[in-house]
Ligand binder design. Sequence first.
Ligand SMILES: Cc1ncc(COP(=O)(O)O)c(C=O)c1O
Length: 473
Amino acid sequence: MDAMDVYESALGLIGGTPLVRLRTEGAATVYAKLEYLSIGGSAKDRIGLRMVEQAEKDGLLRPGGTVVEATSGNTGIGLALVAAEKGYRSLVVVTDRVSEEKVNTLRAFGAEVVVKPGGLPRQHPDHPMSFAARLADSTPGGWLANQYDNAANPEAHYLTTGPEIWRQTRGRVTHLVSCIGTGGTISGAGRYLKEVSDGGVQVIGADPASSVYGGGDGRPYFIEAAGHFLHPDTEQDVWPRSYHPDVVDRIVPVADRQALHTVRQLARDQGLLAGGSSGTALAAAHQVAAGAGADAVVVVILPDSGRQYLTKYFNDTWMLRLGFLDGDASGPRVADAAPEGGASALPYLNIRTPVGDALDVLRARKLAGVESVLPAGPCPAGPDRRPTAPELTGSVTLAGLEAALRDGVAALDDPLADHLDPPLAQFGYGEPAQEALGTLTRHLRDTAVVLRDGCAEALVTSAGLRALLPTDH
Ligand SMILES: Cc1ncc(COP(=O)(O)O)c(C=O)c1O
């Protein structure tokens, strides 16, 4: 065995990831940096090691101590593997939107995992960042890594990712494309490449279309770990200190559909199985390369592997249910049912609406001959702002609200939030009508929400679905 292949421990296999040339249209050269080939499977191994070593140096983490972190998974994995190797305990807080694969990987490395509901406003005590901070305080020897504000996060990329890219391209890199989550990767690697090239390297952020970094309204999106989500009830939005916007020349917004189809295609065309945020970054890189000349050398960071998302982005059922796939158009699909109410905008109620106003809407619908059940949720809604699937937190019916008023359980000026029923069923527009009908008949309500690209676009009823099928059904 070549001596180069022998390492003292797993920690020697963090980072040092290769570039691979991608086949792309256009004249520019595009290289992908395969961060999934780091030992823990993502770019976050680098910061896991650096943050722990810095905390040891600063005396914040001592033998027998516990590493605590709130994470969308990968930082927790990086920290957990470093903690395992060094003999620390690790406690990781994730949301229920983090893939099953990442949670299982965390547990495999010995981390104790706490799962909290996703999509909470920042000030909520169960928001992973608040919860992890309390957990670190109440755990003897606990140290909160806090990748969001820890200078060792961008520093890890300044000291390793940036120099690797410069060396690997022999100083020919002209563009760096990276997602922005905590901002550590783009800020650290981007700053290094700008400095070493005397400002010659352009740094481009790739961002989910609704993320606030690129100017979106912060509504939920389906790409894990990239961008910045903003709950409408968040009192004060705070961006991570690990993100240095001054390093970024521009941000390219990428819709989830485009990101997902790009990364699925990458696996099929080029044998590279990368994660969802890699799709966001790659779609942006294609755009950057298309606008650059033949001398351009674009490096795009692929932060992790598609193996972490086999139950999501690479699962056709998941994709179809959220309305990211067209499905089989040779048979009747949910999209073929006439939208209930016929409206172009989805009828929807905000949970802050007073019960009295909601009743007016529901009664008007009944007069119009439409079933009086509506989805409800926390987001403002309108023709340009369709609620996303996770924002459909409940439903209301005319009969239910009238009964609550009659029984004195509800008052006209109560917010709807106090009187919600469970959410309606959801179907992707491409799902077979027959299967959707089967599901709907087992559901509490006869009305379901149709999703396209993860957003609600219409309501359907069992009658609407049944009308699409041969009469013996
Ligand atoms: C899969 C994935 N993509 C992108 C990012 C964003 O990287 P950064 O936090 O360095 O901005 C992360 C960070 O957790 C990640 O795990």
